[in-house]
Design a protein around this ligand. Sequence first.
Ligand code: GCB
Length: 459
Amino acid sequence: MQLWYPKGYFVQDISFDFFNYAGLHRSVVLYTTPTTYIDDITVTTDVDRDVGLVNYWISVQGSDHFQLEVRLLDEDGKIVARGTGNEGQLKVPRAHLWWPYLMHEHPAYLYSLEVTMTTPESVSDFYTLPVGIRTVAVTKSKFLINGKPFYFQGVNKHEDSDIRGRGFDWPLLIKDFNLLRWLGANSFRTSHYPYSEEVLQLCDRYGIVVIDECPGVGIVLPQSFGNVSLRHHLEVMDELVRRDKNHPAVVMWSVANEPVSSLKPAGYYFKTLIAHTKALDPTRPVTFVSNTRYDADLGAPYVDVICVNSYLSWYHDYGHLEVIQLQLTSQFENWYKMYQKPIIQSEYGADAVSGLHEDPPRMFSEEYQTALLENYHLILDEKRKEYVIGELIWNFADFMTNQSPLRVTGNKKGIFTRQRNPKMAAFILRERYWRIANETRGYGSVPRTQCMGSRPFTF
Ligand code: GCB
């Protein structure tokens, strides 16, 4: 059919599934510095038996004549280590480690690194950085935090809500963190772009583990893998690592979401991009999120953890929940056989219009969404005994998208509505996450609140 448009007519073509809000999404902060000032601090941590090791590098701008003093304070304000100069290592005997939510009685322990700079003119600068002492490591089948296996029982999110769109909103943020705790979720991925710094600061304080994703979404054309794009992507990773390197909550970088990684140049592209990210930050594993076939993915050989998205019985085999278990089993077995790396189910889910009920379950009903999830969970339960190290539901909440016949006023795969009310799926996931937390905990059983209105969970 021939379609006619006014002269000069065009619409912005975006290849991602979230609304492209314009305007300023975040606070703009203006600040002044002394002429000689602390420009950057990098901290990495390690643990040697019960001694916490805090390595620091401080960069100063404006003059070569200054002195730096460094103090590390515990949560009671007691000084536990001191240092001087631009770089050094602080040793903390009997260190309190930074643990994720539900993994320890006192999760998210933060020290404060105080840096004081003085110059001969006595103009000084002062900066306090929260520091979590923790280690991250990946084996063939496990993700280790402080040497203990960590299971990502979490969500994918968007910066999105009614009225505000993508705009930063403190009350929304606090609501979301309370819902994460209610759910028993210990992690999320910043799909599909870096979130505001306030979000990461709260993750450090709540013990919510983060897979930090850069805005590498919609890499679907052959020219997306060209040199211009790669150069830009390397710069984007420079910026992301520079901004987020000191957050203990960030445990892995994701360099892209669903690139067409079967295209020939993808091998070189991801080899270069991942090597670059590891050079910037040798302390964290690197991944990208794939929806390519396991045997056609040219980027997968370079990641530390395989992240796979699949929408079984949603984008194909519509209505046929009975195929999920077989298809998901083969998905995991094929990826593991080929790469021998731990696997995260980085997206799965189904749209459900809140309040739409159907028996037998039909697509878009709350019953279909929960039944689909439950089929996934049966296989996840088998495979998490082996090499599956996490599951991140798509999505935490409904969110706005472009208009399309595939979307019912936005993407409805949330387990919460866009207004943050629970669908049936939220209760299914909540039962599951608390059960897993209680199975894998290293200390006494974890109490949880009984209904949404009750006090948020505390230790
Ligand atoms: C995906 C994408 C995500 C979409 C989701 C969906 O694979 O990564 O951005 O929103 O599927 O609901 O189709």
